[in-house]
Design a protein around this ligand. Structure first.
Ligand code: HEC
Ligand code: HEC
Ligand code: HEC
Ligand code: HEC
Ligand code: HEC
Length: 402
């Protein structure tokens, strides 16, 4: 009798566990926790009197150079970006995506009246009478970062501006709202922000830090604006006094020069040559980014290829290494392993070949490529812009003297 009871309870537990895991395999995934920083779009109920519209073109009448720079950035394309558009549809066009990619309420077709659930994934929507289609195309526009409560946030609190100004403590505080998002839910075994943004930044002392993470006590120490908004001498507004201001450039994975500039690389033959083997080391170091390289969505990765070439450039042997953050998505999201480059830690790749079996070897070539999109994911979501998804960031050829 007892045994039967025992068996039945074990069976019930096993069935429950299978059902639970089955549900985890198919349920919609909540990659991140919705936080107050971006749970709703930014209100534009109050705007400075002098503004006719919220468009960046309006700011451009007095801040032309800031506008010209912003126009060249992915922030101005955060909505029109073809990869984002495909991914948004693939992910079921959720409202939450809009709050960082088109964050002003007037950029969104619907108003968020409230939420059906505690986690705030299921908003109560109603048509937005103030929806502005042109403003929507501007993505992360000037006012997404600068307009709060009818005032323009700025670094110095100028008294010369025709619009009300509010001084901010640090420019970095603007970045973290969209770029540093945590998830410490019971079923997550990682800190994982949406789109994987800058996963490795830690602003709270309670979290343990691991290599590659930026761990700071103050947002002002994060350095985002130091690296992503370099200094320049020019007027804050056209016709005003020249000051030291920050360029609105925000270069990242879409800019080969930004990525190249952050890598130090060297290819060398071992100094003591051996009779039978030739041995080489390729060393790659992230010397330019405070966070991992690459950072951003887990799609982003580096591929290091070492190739042994014959006299005609034909490939005799090839070895490739992928530097990537690998995540298990179901039934639980778990960071499996991470081979990206933490700041300042040299990564060494050894390569060797036997003189006897490769008598034709004439050159050793190393190529490092940066990938914006993972090839499997690109196919899965149906994004077909193959051209724009990767580029070379380093290459070197070593002539093999006999
Ligand atoms: C992604 C966020 C973001 C966007 C978008 C953005 N800015 Fe800024 N802007 C900042 C930050 C951060 C600072 C403060 C930098 C610092 O601390 O010096 C700033 C500073 C400024 C300043 C003040 C410069 C100074 O030193 O006094 C002006 C003017 C300005 N932005 C205009 C614009 C205009 C015009 C646009 C749109 C064409 C724009 N910004 C878009 C984040 C942004
Ligand atoms: C009619 C001209 C005009 C327009 C339009 C205008 N600004 Fe300004 N803005 C100024 C002037 C003038 C200053 C102060 C310049 C100075 O102190 O050297 C200023 C200062 C700023 C500052 C710096 C604030 C600080 O901390 O000192 C920011 C940021 C800024 N503007 C953003 C914007 C944005 C964003 C828009 C569009 C929504 C905008 N401005 C529209 C003229 C304008
Ligand atoms: C309103 C939300 C928001 C804010 C605030 C914001 N960003 Fe972004 N940022 C985005 C989005 C969305 C993208 C990606 C757009 C895309 O690729 O479609 C992005 C992309 C970037 C990129 C990547 C460029 C590339 O080539 O892929 C950099 C770098 C960046 N932001 C830096 C910053 C910095 C520094 C700040 C603070 C001054 C900041 N951002 C503030 C939303 C924001
Ligand atoms: C908390 C703010 C936030 C939310 C919410 C958000 N994103 Fe993003 N997204 C970003 C930032 C910041 C970046 C740029 C950094 C990066 O590459 O991760 C980005 C980048 C992306 C990119 C890469 C674009 C490129 O050009 O390579 C895609 C695609 C994307 N987001 C899709 C989505 C989708 C779909 C959703 C909704 C499920 C979403 N995002 C929700 C902030 C956000
Ligand atoms: C010491 C300089 C440095 C600091 C500090 C820094 N970054 Fe970066 N960042 C870089 C470099 C270099 C790259 C390009 C290589 C890469 O993708 O890692 C980059 C890339 C990025 C990207 C592009 C990701 C993508 O998907 O293409 C984003 C987003 C970003 N940084 C955001 C931030 C934010 C937010 C902060 C502050 C919390 C910050 N960075 C601090 C240097 C820096």
């Amino acid at each position: 009798m007892r045994i039967t009871w025992f068996r039945t309870s074990v069976l019930v537990v096993v069935i429950a566990a299978i059902a639970f895991i089955g549900w985890r395999m198919v349920r919609p995934m909540n990659i991140f926790a919705v936080s107050p920083a971006f749970e709703r779009p930014i209100s534009t109920a109050k705007i400075p009197d002098i503004l006719q519209s919220l468009s960046a073109n309006e700011c451009a009448t007095c801040h032309k150079e800031f506008f010209d720079e912003w126009k060249t950035t992915i922030h101005s394309q955060a909505w029109t970006d073809p990869y984002y558009q495909v991914d948004l549809k693939f992910d079921g066009s959720q409202q939450i995506c809009l709050n960082c990619h088109i964050p002003l309420d007037r950029q969104q077709e619907n108003l968020v009246l409230g939420f059906n659930d505690d986690e705030k994934w299921d908003p109560i929507l109603a048509p937005n009478p103030d929806f502005d289609h042109d403003l929507q195309q501007e993505g992360v526009t000037c006012n997404a970062c600068h307009l709060r409560e009818g005032k323009i946030l700025g670094p110095r609190g100028s008294k010369n501006a025709p619009h009300p100004v509010e001084k901010i403590q640090s420019g970095n505080q603007i970045c973290v709202g969209c770029h540093v998002v945590e998830n410490d839910g019971w079923d997550t075994f990682f800190k994982f922000p949406p789109c994987g943004t800058v996963a490795e930044i830690n602003t709270s002392k309670n979290h343990g830090s691991s290599s590659g993470e930026m761990s700071v006590d103050e947002i002002s120490e994060l350095g985002c604006i130091d690296c992503h908004m370099p200094l320049v001498e020019r007027p804050v507004a056209d016709g005003f006094e020249v000051k030291t201001v920050r360029r609105h450039l925000w270069r990242g994975g879409h800019d080969p020069d930004m990525v190249k500039g952050a890598l130090s690389a060297s290819l060398r033959e071992q100094s003591v040559p051996m009779a039978k083997k030739r041995e080489f080391t390729f060393t790659l170091t992230n010397t330019g980014a405070a966070h991992y390289l690459p950072t951003g969505t887990p799609d982003r990765h580096l591929v290091v290829s070492l190739r042994l070439l014959d006299g005609k450039g034909g490939v005799i042997d090839e070895e490739t290494h992928t530097l990537k953050r690998t995540i298990m998505w179901r039934p639980f999201i778990v960071d499996l392993w991470d081979t990206r480059l933490p700041r300042g830690e040299p990564r060494v790749f050894d390569y060797s070949y036997s003189r006897k079996s490769e008598p034709d070897a004439k050159t050793l070539e190393v190529i490092v490529e940066y990938f914006l999109v993972d090839e499997k994911r690109r196919k899965r979501i149906g994004y077909d812009d193959k051209e724009a998804t990767h580029y070379e960031v380093f290459s070197q050829r070593l002539k093999l003297a006999p």
